[in-house]
Write a protein that binds this ligand. Structure first.
Ligand code: GAL
Length: 422
């Protein structure tokens, strides 16, 4: 393994002209980026991007601009409104937090108007609430929104984040000169974070930016990253959620097997509680993100969220599926004209099953399935206890191997089930 690291490091040296000695030293120490002990279950938290984007206008929109006030308010609500108790722990800043220039020592700095107390102060505040702070940077010359990129400054940026007390880094992939610098940059930042000695979850977008050029090597990616985006940015729309699910089904052979404790596929933020999804579509996002063992990073306004959306996001049974310690990602195993059937193996021989109605017309669709076909034929052999968790909790009772399960699934909705083998 040290050899593997050494050869990668030598490539990094060529690319970034950094001290070979330092890299050899890391190899001797046997630094294992992914072996950072973090994200053993999918990361849960809040991330500002989808809901608040790059709103810089604190004059006109003081409550919606990217400022320390926004994050402090969210931190308070994460604790007072039960989000933290439900498992949402990481409060994450996305793009547009930075000042347009680095400081005189070459360090990134927060915009002084919008973050007058600085990120270290914000991290202390977030930690005082028992939460963790995430931040955003970019592997290339600029962030996607045009703020300073980390290319050529990976060490100093990693150290700055560690000094501030940051707990997660979302590392974007805009404005990179070449695929070689993109890949080496992602690897390098992983090592640089590790070298700081601080526990920092490393959230990548490496495969998303690589895919147009060549097939990602997930063994490599999972070695360096705790989770990684594969596909386009989520929007507050049903089309967006459907496109993410469709992409996942098409590519599941490639991506499902690489997921596990410490390394997850990231289908992007939960947009539940915003404007674009109907109730049943929100149920579908929550159910399928649980089946996919996806990071649960909400992007919504916790100051204004319906009690229905809140209950869905805080549903402990669904979160328990997402956070199942076995850490296996689920997959779609049957696709019919109107229904997709997904399943996910859970610890203690239990299974989660999601029945998704692809129809967007008509009423609830009656769907019947043989229980013997679920969980690779194992879930209900010789019998199982089935609980429907979504759209609401219903104890369906004991099912023998020979029985069929009858459900009704709302248009664009999903029925999520938990099967305990008996
Ligand atoms: C995109 C990224 C989004 C968000 C945005 C910020 O590339 O995928 O999640 O971070 O940049 O500019």
């Amino acid at each position: 393994m040290a050899l593997k690291l050494l050869s990668l490091d030598m490539r990094l040296v060529c690319e970034l002209e950094l001290s070979p000695l330092a890299l050899v030293f890391w190899s001797i120490l046997g630094v294992r980026a992914l072996n950072n002990g973090l994200a053993r279950t999918p990361t849960m938290g809040w991330l500002h991007w989808e809901r608040f984007m790059c709103n810089l206008d604190c004059q006109e929109e003081p409550d919606a601009c990217i400022s320390e006030q926004l994050f402090m308010q969210m931190a308070e609500l994460m604790v007072s409104d039960g989000w933290k108790d439900a498992g949402y722990e990481y409060l994450c800043i996305d793009d547009c937090w930075m000042a347009p220039q680095r400081d005189s020592k070459g360090r990134l700095q927060a915009d002084p108007q919008r973050f007058p107390s600085g990120i270290k102060h914000l991290a202390n505040y977030v930690h005082s609430k028992g939460l963790k702070l995430g931040i955003y940077a970019d592997v290339g010359n600029k962030t996607c929104a045009g703020f300073p990129g980390s290319f050529g400054s990976y060490d100093i940026d990693a150290q700055t984040f560690a000094d501030w007390g940051v707990d997660l880094l979302k590392f974007d992939g805009c404005h990179c000169d070449s695929i070689v610098s993109l890949e080496n940059g992602y690897r390098y930042m992983s090592l640089a974070l590790n070298k700081t000695g601080r526990s920092i979850v490393y959230s990548c977008e490496w495969p998303l930016y690589l895919r147009p050029f060549h097939k990602p090597n997930y063994t490599d990616i999972q070695y360096y990253c705790n989770h990684w985006r594969n596909f386009d940015d989520v929007y507050d729309s049903w089309e967006s959620i459907k496109s993410i699910l469709a992409w996942t089904v098409i590519n599941q052979k490639e991506i499902v097997e690489v997921a596990g404790p410490g390394s997850w596929n990231d289908p992007d933020m939960l947009v539940i509680g915003n404007f674009g999804l109907s109730w049943d579509q929100q149920v579908t996002q929550m159910a399928l993100w649980a089946i996919m063992a996806a990071p649960l990073l909400m992007s919504n306004d916790l100051r204004q969220i319906s009690s229905q959306a809140k209950a869905l996001l805080q549903n402990e049974d669904v979160i328990a599926i997402n956070q199942d310690p076995l850490g296996k990602q689920g997959y779609c195993f049957r696709k019919e004209k109107q229904v997709e059937v997904w399943e996910r193996p859970l610890s203690n021989l239990a299974w989660a099953v999601a029945l998704r109605n692809l129809q967007e017309v008509g009423g609830p669709y009656p769907y019947t399935i043989q229980v013997s076909s679920l969980g690779r034929g194992l879930a209900c052999n010789p019998g199982c206890i089935i609980t429907q968790l979504l759209p609401e909790k219903v104890h369906l009772g004991f099912y023998e191997w020979t029985l069929t399960l009858k459900t009704r699934i709302n248009p664009s909705g999903t029925v999520l089930l938990r099967l305990e083998r008996f």
